[in-house]
Design a protein around this ligand. Structure first.
Ligand code: ACO
Length: 405
């Protein structure tokens, strides 16, 4: 590791590293990835153990506080989040300004940023108390906002949160319940959704997290910084990949299914086609993404709970994975399935509409964004983020009168 800041101070030289392939922009104690081993740890705990023994609220507590909660801390934290699940009633008028066919991520970018206008006691990012309450508000209100965005686009009434349900059961009730019929949470499906939240909760310095850090480094309020993260996550190379992966599978299925995988892979390998195998590849993992393994397992559980073991899309995904993992193109580039390859199939089986996948990712990643923002602001060495550039535009020149240009 070279401390470039020292080198810069001594020589005035800086590095050129587009895409930050080899630049650490911060020090962190939150999430550790060993991309060669395919290992992911939150605060030292393996993701597999967290997925098996903890729920999303425990993981939120862990990411924010550095330790898993004891029984009393768990109770207090759950309670604190629960009492903040309602959103200001004015929010629904803000929502009404959107077209009904707006993409949920367009709505979420607006709603999350809009929270800055509602909660004036939690907008000072340099005040630890403000950050603490903003963290709880954001975690608590994201499920309410995502379900409101969904209900708005399908023209159904909003379902208010219910405080005696768990975080995830509450979200599913707000999504799928109606005023005419009480929603009965299915434990397997709630657990699967909770696992999706756990697996997406943090992933160190990815594009959206780096966006939150950069945005927050100017001292802007936490809601604005998280809204920037939501906007960045939307892209198909990042959080939008789950939606893109499912659309890709549906496309292959429509055009011949398993029989056509060979043809599709050929197209992916032809660089001029610009077609990628969505849900494959990762900047850091050069081995199987551990979250993808857990997601595939969850896929089995959900499909068998729903009697969909023969789901053609799941079969297609598994066949596609097998063929890709044996193909020299993917082997040479160390391209493996990432978390998004199977998460779309799970969400679709649960009943989540495809355009909402990335909004659910944003809901889950909110805690990671906040933990990272808090860590940055609390670091005595933190400075406003300000990358340098390698300029190769025009040299100095003089403005000519209009008639001479
Ligand atoms: N399909 C086909 N080829 C791929 C894929 C893919 N999914 N991913 C990478 N490659 C190829 C690249 O074309 C490149 O080939 P080359 O060396 O012949 O030029 C090589 O593998 C290296 O890829 P890069 O693009 O340099 O890798 P990078 O680290 O910049 O990109 C990324 C990582 C963006 C995730 C990429 O793998 C990708 O676009 N994957 C598909 C989208 C996706 O699933 N994103 C989700 C990421 S996980 C998340 O955000 C939760």
């Amino acid at each position: 590791v070279i401390d470039i800041r020292k080198l810069y101070a001594q020589t005035g030289k800086f590095t050129y590293d587009p895409g930050f392939l080899s630049t650490a922009a911060c020090q962190s104690t939150i999430t550790y990835i060993d991309g060669d081993k395919g290992e992911l740890l939150y605060r030292g705990y393996p993701i597999e153990q967290l997925a098996e023994h903890c729920d999303f609220m425990d993981v939120c507590y862990l990411l924010l506080n550095g330790e898993l909660p004891n029984a009393q801390q768990q109770k207090d934290f759950d309670r604190m989040v629960t009492v903040h699940t309602m959103v200001n009633e004015q929010m629904q008028f803000f929502l009404r300004g959107f077209r009904r066919d707006a993409h949920p991520m367009a709505i979420m970018t607006g709603l999350v940023g809009g929270m800055s206008a509602f909660y004036h006691d939690s907008t000072d990012v340099h005040n630890p108390k403000h950050r603490e309450i903003a963290a709880i508000r954001l975690i608590a209100k994201m499920p309410t906002l995502v379900s409101m965005a969904y209900k708005y686009t399908i023209g159904q009434p909003y379902i208010y949160p219910k405080n005696d349900l768990t975080y995830t059961a509450n979200f599913m009730r707000m999504m799928f319940g109606t005023p005419c019929e009480e929603y009965e949470p299915n434990d397997v499906l709630v657990r699967a959704m909770d696992r999706i939240f756990i697996l997406h909760a943090d992933h160190e310095q990815n594009a959206s997290t780096s966006t939150v850090r950069l945005c927050g480094s100017s001292g802007t309020n936490p809601f604005a910084a998280i809204a920037a993260g939501v906007a960045c996550l939307w892209g198909p190379a990042h959080g939008g990949a789950n939606e893109a992966a499912l659309n890709m599978l549906e496309d292959i299925q429509r055009n011949g299914g398993v029989e056509k995988i060979g043809e599709f892979i050929k197209q992916v390998k032809d660089k001029s086609s610009n077609v990628k195998l969505m849900g494959f590849g990762h900047r850091v993992y050069k081995n199987y993404d551990p979250r993808a393994k857990l997601m595939r397992e969850t896929c089995h559980e959900v499909l068998s709970e729903l009697g969909l073991q023969n789901d053609p899309l799941f079969k297609l995904a598994m066949a596609l994975e097998k063929i890709a993992l044996e193909d020299e193109y993917f082997v040479a580039r160390k391209l493996y399935p990432n978390v998004d390859f199977y998460s779309g199939i799970v969400q679709r089986a649960i009943g989540i509409p495809v355009p909402l996948f990335t909004a659910i990712f944003a809901l889950a990643r909110t805690v990671g964004w906040i933990a990272q923002l808090n860590e940055m602001i609390g670091d005595p060495e933190y400075k406003i983020g300000r990358p340098r550039q390698l300029f190769h535009g025009s040299e100095r020149r003089d403005v000519k009168p209009l008639a001479e240009r």
